[in-house]
Design a protein around this ligand. Structure first.
Ligand code: ATR
Length: 269
């Protein structure tokens, strides 16, 4: 039986084992998929041990996506662009790193929510690892513009510089957002972990059709409630993104594309 796991810290609440086992059932694939909590400084050791015990691949979550990028001997285009890896593929010769977070977000927006990204104006809050991971695949869809607004302005400007060859992208501070007509707002900050909502001018929401939180929770997130309270009726959390990034990783490992819809329905229930 092929062995897989998700590594991160914390990892105990990860839904990845359940999602991958449900995908596997669709194809009668037998696999082992565990969770491994990795303590600081232990990432490389854990990966080596897992690989030497015959592990076929790992999903990597916070805070180790940059470490996974650093140990990869081959990188996919999306991992190279993101400078982060969420999927490791092991074979006898090498460790390959890929990043399926952006594909996960794009597939969730387009296929699960029916939101077409092309020519849309998008405001993204946050400029950390979660946001840099999704910018490449979002820009490939050719939105009109992506504005990245972050508490620490320099990080937003860095992303602008790193991704401007792929399309129209502007980095700025949360209080410097140019008053554009935004169609989509995406929360990529970790503010909601502290129960906080972004401090931006609420006039920026006036034309927004859809507010999307990359975080998910069993109830509507603080960001979703904040957007609704400010007039955006259509809101979603990031559970669909989680399932879609897992589906893309599953396809890389097993060569078959799982049906995500039935898994999402089960998880919501
Ligand atoms: P992740 O991998 O989840 O993206 P990260 O790389 O640490 O984690 O990035 C966290 C993001 O959330 C950053 O954009 C951070 O802003 P700073 O770059 O200014 O630190 C943002 N963030 C975290 N807490 C926030 C808060 N209370 N208000 C606004 N932004 C916040």
């Amino acid at each position: 039986m092929k062995k897989f796991a998700v590594v991160g810290n914390p990892v105990n609440h990860s839904l990845s084992p359940v999602i991958h086992q449900q995908f596997a059932r669709q194809f009668d694939i037998q696999l082992e998929y565990t969770k491994i909590q990795v303590e600081a400084g232990e990432f490389q050791n854990v990966v080596n041990t897992f690989r030497h015990q015959g592990g076929a691949g790992l999903n990597v979550t916070v805070p180790y996506k940059t470490d996974a990028y650093a140990i990869s001997q081959q990188l996919s285009t999306s991992a190279t662009l993101a400078k982060a890896v969420n999927t490791l593929i092991f074979n006898a010769e090498s460790i390959k790193g890929d990043n399926t977070d952006g594909t996960g977000l794009v597939n969730d927006l387009i296929h699960n929510h029916g939101f077409n990204i092309t020519n849309k104006s998008i405001l993204i809050l946050g400029a950390g690892g979660a946001v840099s991971g999704v910018l490449g695949p979002l820009l490939i869809q050719q939105p009109q513009v992506i504005v990245i607004a972050n508490r620490t302005v320099a990080k937003a400007i860095d992303l602008q510089q790193n991704f401007s060859h792929l399309g129209s992208i502007i980095g700025c501070g949360l209080d410097q957002i140019k008053s554009l007509k935004f169609d989509l707002i995406i929360n990529g900050t970790a503010a909601s972990l502290a129960g906080q909502t972004p401090s931006i001018d609420i006039d920026l929401l006036k034309d927004v059709q859809f507010a999307y939180d990359m975080m998910y929770a069993s109830e509507a997130t603080v960001f979703m409630r904040w957007a609704q309270a400010n007039g955006v009726e259509w809101v979603a959390d990031g559970l669909g993104m989680l399932v879609e990034q897992a589906a893309a990783a599953f396809e890389i490992w097993h060569g078959v594309k799982p049906d995500t819809r039935q898994v999402l329905i089960k998880l919501r229930a």
